[in-house]
Ligand binder design. Structure first.
Ligand code: PGA
Length: 247
Protein backbone atom coordinates (compact mmCIF):
# COMPACT_ATOMS: atom_id res chain seq x y z
CA UNK A 1 0.00 0.00 0.00
CA UNK A 2 1.34 3.41 -0.91
CA UNK A 3 0.79 6.27 1.47
CA UNK A 4 0.41 9.84 0.26
CA UNK A 5 0.26 12.18 3.19
CA UNK A 6 -1.44 15.52 2.57
CA UNK A 7 -1.47 18.63 4.70
CA UNK A 8 -5.21 18.96 4.98
CA UNK A 9 -8.55 18.00 3.52
CA UNK A 10 -8.33 20.43 0.61
CA UNK A 11 -4.96 19.05 -0.47
CA UNK A 12 -6.28 15.52 -0.11
CA UNK A 13 -9.27 16.37 -2.28
CA UNK A 14 -7.10 17.91 -5.00
CA UNK A 15 -4.79 14.91 -5.01
CA UNK A 16 -7.69 12.48 -5.22
CA UNK A 17 -9.26 14.45 -8.07
CA UNK A 18 -5.94 14.49 -9.97
CA UNK A 19 -5.65 10.72 -9.65
CA UNK A 20 -9.22 10.12 -10.78
CA UNK A 21 -8.54 12.39 -13.76
CA UNK A 22 -5.43 10.38 -14.63
CA UNK A 23 -7.51 7.24 -14.81
CA UNK A 24 -10.12 8.93 -17.00
CA UNK A 25 -7.42 10.30 -19.29
CA UNK A 26 -5.90 6.87 -19.81
CA UNK A 27 -9.21 5.06 -20.10
CA UNK A 28 -12.23 7.18 -21.10
CA UNK A 29 -14.54 4.19 -20.55
CA UNK A 30 -13.13 3.41 -17.09
CA UNK A 31 -15.38 1.86 -14.46
CA UNK A 32 -15.14 4.00 -11.32
CA UNK A 33 -16.52 2.63 -8.08
CA UNK A 34 -17.47 5.84 -6.27
CA UNK A 35 -18.23 6.06 -2.57
CA UNK A 36 -20.63 8.55 -1.09
CA UNK A 37 -20.07 9.75 2.49
CA UNK A 38 -18.49 13.06 3.45
CA UNK A 39 -14.84 12.27 2.70
CA UNK A 40 -14.84 12.09 -1.12
CA UNK A 41 -17.11 15.11 -1.61
CA UNK A 42 -14.19 17.54 -1.87
CA UNK A 43 -12.55 15.31 -4.48
CA UNK A 44 -15.73 15.22 -6.54
CA UNK A 45 -16.01 19.02 -6.35
CA UNK A 46 -12.38 19.40 -7.44
CA UNK A 47 -12.93 16.93 -10.23
CA UNK A 48 -15.98 18.78 -11.52
CA UNK A 49 -14.06 22.06 -11.42
CA UNK A 50 -11.06 20.59 -13.22
CA UNK A 51 -13.33 19.16 -15.91
CA UNK A 52 -15.14 22.48 -16.28
CA UNK A 53 -11.75 24.12 -16.95
CA UNK A 54 -10.54 21.33 -19.25
CA UNK A 55 -13.51 19.45 -20.62
CA UNK A 56 -13.14 15.79 -21.53
CA UNK A 57 -15.45 13.37 -23.20
CA UNK A 58 -17.11 11.50 -20.34
CA UNK A 59 -19.78 9.93 -22.48
CA UNK A 60 -18.29 6.47 -22.03
CA UNK A 61 -17.33 6.70 -18.34
CA UNK A 62 -18.97 4.04 -16.15
CA UNK A 63 -19.52 5.19 -12.56
CA UNK A 64 -20.46 2.29 -10.28
CA UNK A 65 -22.54 2.63 -7.14
CA UNK A 66 -20.95 1.24 -3.98
CA UNK A 67 -23.90 0.83 -1.67
CA UNK A 68 -27.56 1.70 -1.21
CA UNK A 69 -30.11 1.78 1.56
CA UNK A 70 -33.13 -0.47 1.34
CA UNK A 71 -36.73 0.19 2.35
CA UNK A 72 -36.83 3.76 1.00
CA UNK A 73 -39.47 5.29 -1.23
CA UNK A 74 -38.32 6.05 -4.78
CA UNK A 75 -37.94 9.81 -4.21
CA UNK A 76 -36.45 9.62 -0.70
CA UNK A 77 -33.55 12.06 -0.57
CA UNK A 78 -31.67 9.71 1.73
CA UNK A 79 -31.00 7.31 -1.12
CA UNK A 80 -27.31 6.94 -1.81
CA UNK A 81 -28.05 6.90 -5.53
CA UNK A 82 -29.59 10.36 -5.12
CA UNK A 83 -26.50 11.52 -3.26
CA UNK A 84 -24.18 10.06 -5.89
CA UNK A 85 -26.22 11.68 -8.65
CA UNK A 86 -26.16 15.12 -6.99
CA UNK A 87 -22.51 14.96 -5.91
CA UNK A 88 -20.78 13.44 -8.87
CA UNK A 89 -22.82 12.09 -11.77
CA UNK A 90 -24.68 15.32 -12.57
CA UNK A 91 -21.83 17.76 -11.83
CA UNK A 92 -19.55 15.80 -14.14
CA UNK A 93 -22.22 15.50 -16.80
CA UNK A 94 -21.90 11.71 -17.08
CA UNK A 95 -25.00 10.21 -18.73
CA UNK A 96 -27.15 8.73 -15.96
CA UNK A 97 -27.68 5.62 -18.03
CA UNK A 98 -23.94 4.85 -17.83
CA UNK A 99 -24.10 4.29 -14.08
CA UNK A 100 -24.06 0.73 -12.85
CA UNK A 101 -26.58 1.09 -10.06
CA UNK A 102 -27.20 -1.06 -7.05
CA UNK A 103 -30.74 -1.87 -5.95
CA UNK A 104 -32.72 0.73 -7.85
CA UNK A 105 -35.92 1.94 -6.23
CA UNK A 106 -38.40 -0.74 -5.37
CA UNK A 107 -36.47 -3.50 -7.12
CA UNK A 108 -36.13 -6.92 -5.47
CA UNK A 109 -32.62 -6.74 -3.91
CA UNK A 110 -31.66 -10.21 -5.09
CA UNK A 111 -32.61 -9.38 -8.68
CA UNK A 112 -30.78 -6.05 -8.37
CA UNK A 113 -27.64 -7.77 -7.07
CA UNK A 114 -27.65 -10.28 -9.92
CA UNK A 115 -27.96 -7.55 -12.55
CA UNK A 116 -25.29 -5.40 -10.81
CA UNK A 117 -22.85 -8.30 -10.84
CA UNK A 118 -23.67 -9.12 -14.46
CA UNK A 119 -23.16 -5.47 -15.51
CA UNK A 120 -19.82 -5.35 -13.72
CA UNK A 121 -18.67 -8.57 -15.36
CA UNK A 122 -19.69 -7.20 -18.76
CA UNK A 123 -17.78 -3.98 -18.03
CA UNK A 124 -14.68 -5.97 -17.09
CA UNK A 125 -14.61 -5.18 -13.36
CA UNK A 126 -13.56 -2.02 -11.56
CA UNK A 127 -10.70 0.09 -12.88
CA UNK A 128 -10.56 2.50 -9.95
CA UNK A 129 -12.28 2.33 -6.58
CA UNK A 130 -12.62 5.58 -4.64
CA UNK A 131 -13.37 4.63 -1.05
CA UNK A 132 -13.86 6.20 2.35
CA UNK A 133 -13.15 4.45 5.63
CA UNK A 134 -16.00 3.79 8.04
CA UNK A 135 -15.52 4.49 11.73
CA UNK A 136 -15.84 0.74 12.29
CA UNK A 137 -13.42 -0.08 9.47
CA UNK A 138 -16.10 -0.83 6.92
CA UNK A 139 -15.75 -0.36 3.15
CA UNK A 140 -19.10 0.37 1.58
CA UNK A 141 -21.45 -1.32 4.03
CA UNK A 142 -19.24 -4.35 4.53
CA UNK A 143 -19.73 -4.22 8.26
CA UNK A 144 -17.35 -6.13 10.52
CA UNK A 145 -16.82 -9.02 10.59
CA UNK A 146 -16.47 -9.35 6.80
CA UNK A 147 -14.28 -11.94 5.05
CA UNK A 148 -12.31 -10.91 1.96
CA UNK A 149 -14.68 -12.86 -0.27
CA UNK A 150 -17.86 -11.32 1.18
CA UNK A 151 -20.23 -11.09 -1.79
CA UNK A 152 -22.54 -8.27 -2.83
CA UNK A 153 -25.48 -8.70 -0.48
CA UNK A 154 -28.08 -7.14 1.77
CA UNK A 155 -26.77 -6.18 5.19
CA UNK A 156 -28.07 -4.82 8.47
CA UNK A 157 -26.19 -1.74 9.58
CA UNK A 158 -24.26 -1.97 12.83
CA UNK A 159 -25.25 0.50 15.58
CA UNK A 160 -21.96 2.29 14.92
CA UNK A 161 -22.81 2.86 11.26
CA UNK A 162 -26.32 4.00 12.16
CA UNK A 163 -24.82 6.46 14.64
CA UNK A 164 -22.23 7.78 12.22
CA UNK A 165 -24.79 8.24 9.44
CA UNK A 166 -27.25 9.99 11.76
CA UNK A 167 -25.62 13.35 11.00
CA UNK A 168 -26.64 13.14 7.36
CA UNK A 169 -30.28 12.39 8.00
CA UNK A 170 -31.25 14.41 11.07
CA UNK A 171 -31.05 11.71 13.71
CA UNK A 172 -30.33 8.01 14.18
CA UNK A 173 -34.03 7.15 13.99
CA UNK A 174 -34.08 8.37 10.37
CA UNK A 175 -31.21 6.16 9.24
CA UNK A 176 -32.42 3.14 7.28
CA UNK A 177 -31.40 -0.13 8.94
CA UNK A 178 -30.90 -2.26 5.86
CA UNK A 179 -28.66 -1.71 2.88
CA UNK A 180 -27.13 -3.44 -0.11
CA UNK A 181 -23.38 -3.23 -0.49
CA UNK A 182 -20.90 -4.14 -3.16
CA UNK A 183 -19.09 -7.16 -1.77
CA UNK A 184 -15.48 -7.11 -0.69
CA UNK A 185 -14.97 -9.62 -3.50
CA UNK A 186 -15.72 -6.84 -6.00
CA UNK A 187 -14.03 -4.01 -4.07
CA UNK A 188 -10.79 -5.90 -3.49
CA UNK A 189 -10.61 -6.92 -7.16
CA UNK A 190 -10.40 -3.29 -8.31
CA UNK A 191 -7.30 -2.69 -10.40
CA UNK A 192 -6.52 0.45 -8.46
CA UNK A 193 -7.90 1.81 -5.22
CA UNK A 194 -7.81 5.20 -3.56
CA UNK A 195 -8.64 5.10 0.13
CA UNK A 196 -9.45 8.62 1.31
CA UNK A 197 -9.17 9.31 5.03
CA UNK A 198 -9.45 12.70 6.67
CA UNK A 199 -9.67 14.04 10.19
CA UNK A 200 -8.53 13.12 13.67
CA UNK A 201 -11.61 11.01 14.50
CA UNK A 202 -10.46 8.48 11.87
CA UNK A 203 -6.93 8.18 13.26
CA UNK A 204 -7.41 5.10 15.39
CA UNK A 205 -9.37 3.08 12.84
CA UNK A 206 -6.96 4.13 10.10
CA UNK A 207 -4.03 2.68 12.02
CA UNK A 208 -5.94 -0.52 12.63
CA UNK A 209 -6.80 -0.70 8.92
CA UNK A 210 -3.34 -0.10 7.48
CA UNK A 211 -0.89 -1.15 10.19
CA UNK A 212 -2.86 -3.58 12.35
CA UNK A 213 -3.54 -7.27 11.78
CA UNK A 214 -5.44 -8.17 8.61
CA UNK A 215 -8.75 -9.33 10.00
CA UNK A 216 -12.46 -9.58 9.15
CA UNK A 217 -13.01 -7.41 12.22
CA UNK A 218 -11.53 -4.46 10.30
CA UNK A 219 -12.79 -5.01 6.75
CA UNK A 220 -10.53 -2.27 5.35
CA UNK A 221 -7.49 -4.17 6.61
CA UNK A 222 -7.92 -6.53 3.63
CA UNK A 223 -6.54 -3.69 1.52
CA UNK A 224 -3.11 -4.50 2.98
CA UNK A 225 -3.18 -7.76 1.03
CA UNK A 226 -3.81 -6.39 -2.45
CA UNK A 227 -1.85 -4.49 -5.06
CA UNK A 228 -2.65 -1.07 -6.44
CA UNK A 229 -3.89 0.58 -3.25
CA UNK A 230 -3.02 4.19 -2.46
CA UNK A 231 -3.97 5.68 0.85
CA UNK A 232 -4.53 9.43 0.71
CA UNK A 233 -4.58 10.66 4.30
CA UNK A 234 -4.39 14.12 5.75
CA UNK A 235 -2.17 14.90 8.72
CA UNK A 236 -5.09 15.02 11.10
CA UNK A 237 -6.01 11.45 10.20
CA UNK A 238 -2.47 10.16 10.06
CA UNK A 239 -1.14 11.59 13.30
CA UNK A 240 2.45 12.33 14.19
CA UNK A 241 4.21 8.99 14.45
CA UNK A 242 2.45 5.90 13.13
CA UNK A 243 3.91 3.61 10.47
CA UNK A 244 2.15 2.28 7.39
CA UNK A 245 2.02 -1.45 6.63
CA UNK A 246 3.27 -2.53 3.21
CA UNK A 247 2.61 -5.53 1.07
P1 PGA B 1 -17.46 9.42 5.75
O1 PGA B 1 -17.97 7.91 5.68
O2 PGA B 1 -16.67 9.64 4.51
O3 PGA B 1 -18.71 10.22 5.79
O4 PGA B 1 -16.63 9.54 6.99
C1 PGA B 1 -17.10 6.87 5.43
C2 PGA B 1 -17.85 5.58 5.63
O5 PGA B 1 -18.63 5.45 6.58
O6 PGA B 1 -17.63 4.66 4.83
Amino acid sequence: MDLVLLDDYDALSREAAARILETIAVKPDATLLLATGETPMGAYRELAEALARNPRDLSRLRPVQLDEYLDLEADDDRSLWGWMERAVVRPLGVPTGNVIRLAADGEDPEVAIASYEAALRAAGGIDLAVLGLGPNGHLGFNEPPAPADAPTRTVTLTPESVASNARYWGGAERVPRRAVTAGLDIILAARRTLLLVSGEPKRHILQRAVAGPVTPDVPASWLQRIEGVTLLADRAAWGPSAAVGRG
